[in-house]
Ligand binder design. Structure first.
Ligand SMILES: Cc1cc2nc3c(=O)[nH]c(=O)nc-3n(C[C@H](O)[C@H](O)[C@H](O)COP(=O)(O)OP(=O)(O)OC[C@H]3O[C@@H](n4cnc5c(N)ncnc54)[C@H](O)[C@@H]3O)c2cc1C
Length: 434
């Protein structure tokens, strides 16, 4: 979507082909038949440092339908009702993090002293050092004397939702990127943002309108079955139903594992494209609960000592608080242990966890539960994955790549997706100008 919009801005003719009937990809919403509620496929948040994503929403005219905190403020709860808080203060960076960190109640004095030492080391580290792309952050943290308590109650609270994986799996380079870009570069980089409307209204529908308004062509509900190629490059894309669409230049914005099978066999086997299969994916599970009473007053909260990771008060976020009951979403990142569990088991585990975390939930009735599993939610930032992420240009002159998994330097996020689209559009324009 970002590539299409930017190419239209640059005066190019664009045809966007999407196999589903709507745009939005892995960030979309749908209407729950039972409640009539617009439900996101998964709670999506962004940070103040996601400047390309924020600019994209501004371009689409929907940024005012999102909320972005003026400063980071995250309540971190535990079922014992101890509330900690991570926030930024109006002090010069990096001191803006210090007051809340010193009063953070889920770490002891020793954990804090050691975590401050590690944060300082991160601030002073050049994360492009190749060794940090082959070492896990968990290993790096242990090497730098981090306690298990600070890994559970601080490092993973931030890394897991941002990179969709445990610190023991993600590279030190990518985890450091999160802290450097999000927390250390500017005072507002770690402010948390989220949509106040369903994700499709925020992005997919708005992008569709933008593309049509500026003369782009949309083909939705039809999959690309094959890229046709000869020695001089891509000749056309074959659609389900048999039609072939031709252009001068082609951008693939497919997930990495959807691209290779569409290529002619000789290209699919070529080392450049074959290496894309080396990337892996991680799941996210969202559990949507409708209570008959209000049980939570925060807009969202993170959790320690609980299977709950992050819980969102969707009624409040969507401005539907007056409705009596409350609509809650539990977002579980790096959800390897949950993705294959039967939905009934998940429902029981998480209704119980909510009752332990929120006293009012014990007295409330759960009127509806919806479990949404996204098996291939994000690509994984495992050691060695960085070198598998290609640039926008490919060895084929008229084929360019976009997609959040390409070489943006970011984890699998909407920011990365937009950056990749902008980069692909720029590469197309500069190649055709040159
Ligand atoms: C549950 C969940 C929660 C998430 N939470 C967050 C979050 O909090 N913050 C955040 O920033 N990111 C989050 N993400 C990640 C984010 O959604 C993705 O990184 C981003 O949407 C990827 O965008 P993309 O355009 O690169 O790929 P996609 O969104 O996957 O787009 C690829 C498109 O290609 C289409 N396609 C595939 N094959 C074909 C074909 N043969 N022909 C035509 N079209 C085809 C697909 O239908 C899709 O629309 C989350 C993802 C999930 C699933």
């Amino acid at each position: 979507m970002a590539a299409a919009c930017n190419l239209l801005d640059a005066g190019r003719q664009v045809t966007l082909i999407e196999k589903r009937p709507y745009l939005g990809g892995r960030a979309f919403s749908f209407t729950d038949r039972e409640t009539g509620q617009e439900v996101d496929n998964g709670q999506h948040i962004f940070l103040g440092c996601c400047t390309y994503y924020i600019d994209f929403l501004k371009k689409l005219g929907t940024f005012r339908q999102a909320h972005l905190q003026s400063k980071m403020l995250v309540k971190v709860l535990s079922p014992g009702h101890i509330a900690g808080q991570l926030s930024t203060a109006p002090l010069p960076k990096p001191l803006h993090l210090l007051p809340s960190f010193l009063t953070y109640r889920h770490l002891g004095l020793k954990d804090k002293a050691l975590a401050l030492y590690a944060l300082t080391r991160i601030a002073l580290t050049n994360r492009s050092n190749p060794a940090l792309s082959t070492e896990t952050f968990g290993h790096w943290l242990k090497k730098h004397h981090q306690t298990q308590r600070s890994i559970d109650n601080f490092w993973n609270i931030i890394v897991k939702p941002c990179v969709n994986d445990d610190v023991s799996n993600v590279t030190a380079a990518m985890a450091m990127m999160v802290f450097q870009e999000g927390m250390m570069k500017t005072r507002h980089g770690s402010s948390i943002g989220y949509s106040k409307v369903g994700l499709s209204a925020l992005m997919g529908q708005a992008a569709q309108e933008y593309i049509q308004r500026y003369g782009g062509q949309l083909i939705t509900g039809r999959a690309v079955l094959a890229l046709q190629a000869d020695n001089s490059g891509i000749k056309g894309v074959e659609l389900a139903g048999g039609e072939t669409i031709r252009g001068d230049v082609y951008i693939s914005a497919l997930p990495f594992d959807d691209l290779a099978p569409l290529l002619p066999p000789e290209l699919e086997r070529a080392p450049y494209f074959a290496s894309l299969r080396g990337l892996a994916t991680a799941p996210i599970v969202n559990i949507h609960l409708w209570y008959n009473k209000q049980i939570m007053h925060e807009d969202f909260a993170a959790f320690v000592d609980s299977p709950l990771q992050w819980v969102f008060n969707k009624s409040s976020i969507l401005g539907q608080n007056g409705a009596g009951g409350q609509y809650i979403t539990i977002s579980l990142s790096g959800a390897f242990e949950y993705i294959n569990q039967p939905k009934e088991v998940l429902q029981q585990t998480f209704v119980e966890a909510m009752a332990q975390a929120f006293p009012k939930a014990k007295l409330a009735k759960v009127e509806r539960i919806l479990v949404v599993k996204q098996e291939k939610a994000t690509f994984r930032c495992l050691p060695g994955s960085e070198r598998l992420r290609p640039k926008a240009e490919t060895p084929i002159e008229n084929l360019f790549l976009a997609g959040e998994w390409t070489d943006t330097g970011w984890p699998s996020t909407m920011e990365s997706a937009v950056r990749s689209g902008v980069a692909a559009a720029q590469a197309v324009v500069s190649r055709s100008n040159g």
